[in-house]
Design a protein around this ligand. Structure first.
Ligand SMILES: [Zn+2]
Ligand SMILES: [Zn+2]
Length: 260
């Protein structure tokens, strides 16, 4: 409202191109006082709502909220054109859809929307894959707490748990979560996945790990052994490990050995 330069709105929902955020006391900024530089409101006790830009500018000239555009992913992915003005958004799918996003952090470098739109389009028609994709994201980030939480949610439904763990990324070369953990060098996620989704003998796990797993009572194995699942190029997580050169200890320690 401060700078009413141009009242741009989202072409999908017709709201202003901002989103409300709570000016939370995030950990890394020490500021005890809520003090977004420009606003000089004295009483900002409960009214800690502020807005930040949320403006996705497409090559055709249309502006969307980020989420409003993603909501139309199936149409964009199939037509490669703007859902508002029908202008073609890319001369060639290989060059992607270059857009500029303005957010709290300012204006981005051109971002390629095409892979994001394709993934979202895929998920909108395969909603059952969302937990699996979340698992892969967590495996890639080494977010073991997140993985434990996902598993807990699925634990009462064996079919759901099995589907979660054996999920293979159709947009990522058919990798499973163990491929992802190995590729990103996330050792904790790696061992956790071996615990819940491999037949590796329990002796192979550290004492500490066995105690931890015992105390949080996560079910061991019982489904597909992720160590031996191949991606679309026929490579197992062990092949990824061998290629990286950073996992020698485990390869030589037998983690990836075939069952006898
Ligand atoms: Zn919108
Ligand atoms: Zn447009």
């Amino acid at each position: 409202m401060a700078s009413s330069s141009h009242a741009l709105t989202c072409v999908a929902c017709h709201d202003p191109l901002v989103m409300s955020v709570e000016s939370d006391s995030d950990s890394d900024s020490d500021a005890g006082q809520p003090g977004p530089s420009s606003s000089a409101q004295a009483s900002s006790s409960s009214a800690a709502q502020e807005t930040v830009p949320d403006d996705l500018h497409l090559p055709c000239g249309c502006h969307f909220h980020w989420q409003c555009l993603l909501d139309q992913s199936p149409q964009i992915a199939s037509t490669l054109s703007c859902p508002n003005c029908s202008t073609t958004l890319t001369p060639n799918p290989s060059s992607g859809i270059q857009a500029v996003y303005s957010s709290e952090g300012g204006q981005s470098e051109p971002v390629d929307l095409l892979p994001l739109v394709q993934e979202e389009a895929h998920l909108q028609t395969h909603t059952e894959e969302r937990p699996g994709r979340a698992l892969h994201t967590m495996a890639g980030e080494g977010d073991v707490e997140g993985i434990v939480s996902l598993l807990r949610d699925a634990e009462d439904t064996p079919a759901e748990r099995a589907a979660l763990l054996r999920y293979r990324d159709p947009l990522g070369g058919g990798r499973n979560a163990l491929h992802v953990a190995v590729e990103n060098g996330k050792a904790d996620a790696f061992w956790l996945l071996l615990w819940v989704a491999s037949d590796l003998p329990t002796d192979n796990f550290s004492t500490e790990m066995r105690q931890t797993m015992g105390s949080i009572r996560l079910q061991r194995g019982g489904g597909e052994d992720l160590r031996f699942v191949q991606d679309v190029e026929g490579r197992t997580p062990g092949d990824y490990a061998a290629a990286s050169g950073e996992w020698d200890e485990w390869i030589n320690g037998g983690v990836f050995m075939l069952r006898s």
